[in-house]
Design a protein around this ligand. Structure first.
Ligand code: MSP
Length: 507
């Protein structure tokens, strides 16, 4: 197992407030970071905002404020949103932070001195929404495939980074390292890009056209191209924390598929040129769509995370995002699908197991946990279901298959609900002679709840905490994933009365 983990989200453009698309990647990153911390790995989660470039300058102009005022306002909204959503980030980086700017200039100075940057002429079709050039072939009917807008033709003298020089080295690295880009389809797509002539990367914009950016240290007439600036955050962040050597390259970059090329091609070539080892892994997610098109501010079809959180709870939103999308593939968002998940898996599944177990323990034993009895076959099936869930969960999460990992935990929760139905403690309780067996069944159910709560904690942190409290398990004990089944509760232990974790939502 790795000794450290460094997990990153993309830096979100501050031209729009957070929406479900940005929330998805952030929730995935947060769940992974919690998962990794729970397994004893010191973990750093970095997120933040991408604040320079033409798109931001344009949006600020339209809003009638200076770029500085504009980015301060929206960056604060991003941070406040992640705080309200309970995202446990360790570092929130802004590309307008002085430490980041200094870092970018230092790298540019080095690359320029090494002759990895030269002056040339820049021509092509530029999409401001994507902040990148497109080839004719990449356009759909002459339009940017993501923004459905016509790119502008640009032609101007600029500085270039000798990206092509590193093309073969990156291609060989990706060919040798199967897991470098995940899922595999995106690895193949990247190899496809790297088999064609890549060319060099234009990394500047003349100040007369765009002044909102990081000035080139070797030519005050230019600012840095926004992607060249923003990608360096992944190194400037831990460097500013004084933790670069400890964290790099134990890095997992999480991104959406629209920014594959900058992360799988530009960024590794930049790392090689700047003399840093390549990152460990790139995890590429698909798009949430709504009404048949990618959710985005420019198309106006966005769902707002805080509204959904207020209506259904953050854990229900997290569960839906992680369970209803196979990481890497696209999924369609509807509120109805969220409600269906909530009712079926959370209210009827986990919520029901919690409330009936606590209710019966309260009713028959005033909340006191009873001794276990020698294990029956049914008891063993229950214990094994949770042991298997743990093994499967770990393997699926390693593969970034969140939907499968949660599916495996819910298989065990279903086994537990079936155990209650089949063992029928509510029937046995009518017979005084069966009291010890009723107590033992409920003890097993309480164990099932304890393990279920531990397994879901990275994904549903608020609910796991409520279950932990209701069971009266100390945080230290709760943190121990390897506590053997049957050892967590002594006979004089008391659990709370029933709690309603996930009220059913009528659609
Ligand atoms: N600023 C760049 C990233 C720089 S990283 C050094 C950027 N920002 S963005 O705000 O436009 O997008 C950020 C992330 O949100 C991307 O990974 C993008 O794929 C993701 N999403 C935006 N809309 C999305 C959906 N509708 N669905 C899923 N994720 C999507 O690109």
């Amino acid at each position: 197992m790795a000794d450290h983990a460094y997990i990153t989200t993309p830096l979100y453009y501050v031209n729009a407030e957070p929406h479900l698309g940005s929330t998805y990647t952030t929730v995935v990153a947060d769940a992974l970071a919690r998962f990794s911390r729970q397994r004893g790995i010191p973990t750093v989660l970095q997120t933040g905002t991408d604040e320079h470039g033409e798109k931001i300058a344009e949006t600020a102009r339209e809003a009638g404020v200076s770029p500085r005022e504009f980015v301060d306002d929206v960056a604060a909204k991003f941070q406040a949103t992640w705080d309200s959503c309970g995202i446990q980030y360790d570092n929130f980086i802004r590309t307008s932070d002085p430490a980041h700017i200094e870092f970018v200039q230092e790298v540019l100075t080095r690359l320029h001195a090494n002759d990895d940057i030269y002056f040339g002429s820049y021509e092509g079709l530029y999409c401001v929404g994507c902040e990148r050039l497109y080839t004719e072939k990449e356009l759909q009917g002459g339009l940017c495939p993501d923004h459905l807008t016509k790119p502008t033709e640009v032609s101007e003298p600029n500085y270039f980074f000798r990206m092509a020089k590193y093309q073969d080295a990156i291609r060989e690295h990706i060919e040798k390292h199967q897991g470098f880009i995940h899922p595999e389809g995106y690895r193949n797509e990247t190899l496809g890009i790297l088999r064609e002539d890549l060319g060099d990367l234009c990394i500047s914009r003349p100040k007369e056209r765009l002044s909102w950016g990081i000035e080139l240290p070797f030519d005050a007439g230019y600012v840095t191209y926004v992607w060249f600036d923003a990608l360096l955050n992944y190194v400037s962040g831990p460097a500013a924390l004084g933790r670069f050597d400890e964290l790099w390259p134990a890095t997992l970059h999480l991104i959406g598929k629209d920014i594959l090329k900058p992360h799988a091609v530009y960024w590794p070539t930049m790392l090689l040129a700047a003399g840093y080892p390549l990152y460990d892994r790139l995890g590429v997610g698909g798009f949430w769509s709504s009404g048949g098109h990618k959710m985005s501010k420019s198309l106006g079809n966005v769902a707002k995370p805080l509204e959904l959180r207020d209506r259904y709870g953050m854990d229900a939103l997290r569960y839906f995002l992680l369970r209803d999308m196979a990481f890497g593939q696209d999924a369609d968002f509807t509120e109805q699908a969220l409600v269906t998940r909530l009712n079926a898996d959370l209210a009827n599944g986990l919520g029901n197991l919690v409330s009936r177990t606590l209710a019966m323990t309260k009713k028959y034993f005033e909340g006191r946990v009873q001794p276990r009895l020698p294990e029956t076959e049914a008891d063993a099936v229950l214990a094994t279901a949770f042991a298997n869930a743990r093994t499967k969960l770990d393997a699926h999460i390693d593969d970034l298959a969140f939907h499968r990992g949660l599916g495996a935990v819910w298989e065990a929760i279903d086994v537990a609900n079936k155990y209650v139905a089949d063992q029928a403690p509510f029937k046995l309780a009518k017979d005084e002679a069966q009291r010890p067996r009723v107590g033992a069944i409920l003890h097993n159910c309480i164990e099932a709840l304890r393990v279920a709560a531990q397994l879901v904690a990275p994904f549903l942190p608020e609910s796991a905490e409520k279950i932990r409290e209701a069971l009266g398990v100390e945080p230290e004990q709760f943190a121990n994933l390897d506590l053997p089944w049957g050892d967590a509760f002594s006979d004089d232990h008391t659990v709370s009365g029933p709690i309603n974790l996930f009220p059913r939502v009528e659609s």
